[in-house]
Design a protein around this ligand. Structure first.
Ligand code: BGC
Length: 755
């Protein structure tokens, strides 16, 4: 008590708060102030509200606790489970990854922070029994190349969150795919900053239109799971600004997320959550970001350095550095104004998204049918046809179809880890003891068998099933059929990277055997990453269906039968092998340490030198002259397209026009992509147009190069520059398939600050 008095008095001495606030009891209800007036500007309301809070109330906003308890599982918890996950569920929490108590005195709502990369997450213990729409993986969303789909995904997430009483979403993830063996690429939007940035912006805006805050993450350069708590990502300012940071920058400007989550790892020597360059100079400085920075779960290493660098809210972890805030203010190490500013950022964002005026309350209704249908449409739009020797769409005359692959009779994979959703209809976990803790982190599937969906879509055919456990038996089944379809999976779980790019569990050998018995073999890949395909030359068709979500089986069947036409394009290059990658192995990879969520494993700190700089993915292939298996942007359709009539307008900007004609016999969708190479640099995606055309139809598309992609960052001058000169460009079907090429002459420009 004495200590508390001392603290309070010291705070009084250093704070600019009106002194009468100190006289208020924390339990008394404050007179509703300006902040309740929705007609006033956000800034004015936020200031009034934060200034009506006591310093202790302000400080309370700067820390979240776990909003659920593993204790509720009723199973023995292994020793590696951290203390922060053993506490009982806090009163008032509805069971989420993070929880901040309400401040009833000023009617500020509790914050319920839940993951939502692929739908409103529940890893299994947070809100037991609670299901949501399982969206296709975020990588699949990127494959749509369609901002409207990203908006729809966000809209669905926001709507479901609001109906569940959740008001802060820990989505969207936009770490660029520097590492195709990264266990979390399924949660992100691929390797390109423009594609990722534009889509994440739409996803965020979609969430926030439901008065639910969104969180862009993980800021920044968190492209692998191995050693994620300790590695130091090293790359130049220019490389950062042109790649990983650019994706965030575009997404933040477009989507205005309420919050930014700083990453676990270090960037150029400093942990991301206490990195003055990332948080203070770039995010809050150059970009003028008004929202709040929250840490990843367990990413905080200090109090003062973190706050001075720009961290506003500590998320749950065993060591609660931010417990020390009030003492630090009392001791003069932190200024009360800093704490007020942290709280202000949180309050401001919550007001800006409308979370004060529209309170999320559990028990709202969700139209499962409509949402499942949307998830299916997203999955169909994201499926990428990689090879087709005329086997697809499945001929109406195909009478005997052999479906091969164990999981085809179960469901489609859903990603594991914090983002896991329990789909409508429940989850299948590949674990012997479903009630165990390890089951929660085991590879998981929807309960919607692709086999059943195919049978329903082809009522006239005889569809047989073989689980693929014996390649010779599967080959015999394939031989007896007109067509064989192998459903091949590679599950992903947060915390676990892969040693290589191959399909696990003998599936390469299985496909090889099946294709050897029947050339009309279709491989349906359900992966969260690129894979190699040693059997590619032997099979008739390949499609990448990713983790296809709630109605993934139906979506796959629709593309197979041709009820829906493939339109997805690769948002990530498919390498021919790991020898083509800038990092031949995942830096620091240790097979013994691939533990879900990385819980219970320790690594010695190590650096990762990103030698590729901003030349990620397709840009690396161009630089090194390597030919990937399938390039970024690649994807076939059931028709064909011709490009003609290129024209350009250049000077201070670049806009190109081209005429696209559907030269085939079916309606189809083309994604015409514009790539531009500044003098001496590799080509970058600068824009694209997605058009659906009937057979014989021609449409002129106009693609304006995003001005930001014409600029490069000058490390010396610390500014964005567009040198005058000739910029080679092409409009094409992918990064590796230029169709119409040209050169634009651009004038010089500089830009000191961000837009
Ligand atoms: C992940 C974050 C997630 C958080 C809360 C962490 O393990 O890295 O993406 O939002 O957990 O569940």
């Amino acid at each position: 008590m004495k200590d508390m008095m001392k603290v309070a008095m010291a705070i009084m001495a250093t704070t600019a708060m009106p002194t009468q606030l100190w006289a208020q009891s924390a339990n008394a209800t404050a007179k509703p102030g300006k902040w309740t007036d929705a007609s006033l500007p956000v800034e004015e309301r936020a200031t009034a509200l934060v200034d009506a809070m006591t310093p202790a109330e302000q400080a309370s906003l700067t820390q979240s606790t776990v909003g659920a308890s593993l204790l509720d599982l009723g199973v023995a918890l292994p020793s590696f489970i951290p203390e922060s996950m053993r506490i009982p569920k806090p009163a008032g929490s509805i069971g989420t990854a993070g929880y901040v108590r309400a401040i009833p005195r000023v009617d500020f709502p509790a914050l319920h922070l839940a993951d939502a990369s692929l739908g409103v997450a529940d890893i299994g213990y947070l809100r037991p029994g609670q299901q949501s729409t399982a969206l296709p993986s975020t990588l699949s969303l990127a494959a749509t190349f369609d901002p409207a789909q990203a908006r729809a995904a966000g809209d669905l997430i926001g709507r479901e969150a609001f109906a569940k009483g959740i008001n802060v979403m820990l989505a969207g993830g936009v770490n660029l795919a520097r590492e195709p063996r990264n266990g979390r690429n399924f949660e992100y939007l691929g390797e390109d900053p423009l594609l990722g940035g534009r889509l994440v912006g739409e996803q965020i805006a979609g969430i926030q239109q439901h008065h639910v805050a969104a969180t862009i993450k993980h800021f920044a350069v968190n492209p692998q799971e191995s050693g994620r708590f300790v590695y130091d990502a090293r790359l130049s300012d220019a490389a950062l600004r042109e790649s990983d940071l650019l994706a965030f920058e575009i997404g933040i400007k477009a989507g205005r997320p309420a919050s930014v989550m700083c990453a676990y790892n270090k960037v150029n020597g400093a942990y991301a959550c206490e990195n003055p360059y990332l948080l203070r100079d770039v995010l809050k400085g150059d970009w003028n970001y008004p929202g709040w920075v929250m840490s990843d779960w367990g990413a905080v290493h200090s109090l003062k350095p973190s706050i001075d660098a720009g961290l506003d809210q500590q998320s749950p972890q065993d060591v609660n550095y931010f417990d020390g805030i009030e003492n630090a203010v009392a001791a003069g190490e932190l200024k009360a104004g800093q704490v007020r500013e942290m709280a202000l950022r949180i309050v401001r964002s919550m007001i800006a998204v409308g979370a004060l005026d529209h309170r999320a309350v559990p028990g709202g209704t969700i139209d499962r049918e409509a949402h499942s249908a949307k998830a299916q449409a997203m999955a169909e739009a994201g499926i990428v046809l990689l090879k087709n020797d005329g086997v697809l769409p499945l001929a109406k005359t195909a009478r005997r179809i052999a479906v091969i692959g164990r999981t085809a009779a179960i469901g489609v994979p859903i990603g594991g880890g914090s983002s896991q959703v329990i789909p409508w209809g429940g989850v299948h976990r590949d674990a012997p003891d479903q009630a165990s803790l390890t089951a929660l982190l085991a590879p998981s599937y929807t309960r919607g068998a692709p086999l059943k969906a195919l049978q329903a879509a082809m009522p006239g055919a005889t569809v047989t099933f073989d689980d693929g456990s014996d390649p010779a038996r599967a080959a015999a089944a394939a031989k007896a059929a007109d067509i064989a379809i192998v459903y091949a999976v590679k599950p992903e779980v947060e915390g676990v990277d892969h040693a290589d790019l191959s399909l696990p569990a003998g599936q390469d050998a299985l496909i090889d055997a099946v294709a050897g018995a029947n050339r009309r073999t279709v491989v349906v890949l359900e992966t969260g990453n690129p894979v190699t395909m040693p059997w590619l030359g032997k099979v008739g068709a390949v499609m990448e269906a990713w983790f296809a979500g709630q109605r993934g089986g139906e979506a796959i069947a629709a593309i197979l039968t041709g009820a829906s036409a493939p339109q997805g394009r690769l948002p990530i290059s498919f390498p021919a092998g790991t020898d083509q990658l800038p990092h031949k192995t995942v830096t620091g990879y240790d097979p013994a340490k691939q533990r879900p969520l990385g819980i219970g494993v320790t690594y010695d700190p190590f650096p990762i030198d990103y030698v590729e700089g901003s030349d990620i993915g397709y840009r690396w292939y161009e630089k090194t002259g390597a030919k990937p298996l399938f390039p970024f942007g690649y994807g076939l359709t059931y028709t064909s397209f011709a490009y003609t009539g290129l024209s350009k307008a250049d000077g201070a900007a670049l806009t190109v026009k081209a005429r696209i004609t559907n030269t085939g016999k079916r309606e189809g969708t083309e994604v015409a992509q514009l790539y531009v190479a500044p003098p001496g640099r590799t080509h970058r995606l600068a824009g694209w147009a997605k058009v659906t055309l009937k057979p014989g139809e021609t449409r002129e598309v106009t693609i304006a190069a995003d001005p930001w992609l014409l600029l490069s960052y000058d490390d010396g001058a610390k500014q964005w520059v567009r040198p005058a000169g000739d910029y080679r460009f092409f409009v094409g079907k992918s990064a590796g398939e230029p169709v119409l090429t040209g050169t634009a002459t651009l004038t010089a420009a500089t830009q000191a600050r961000s837009r």
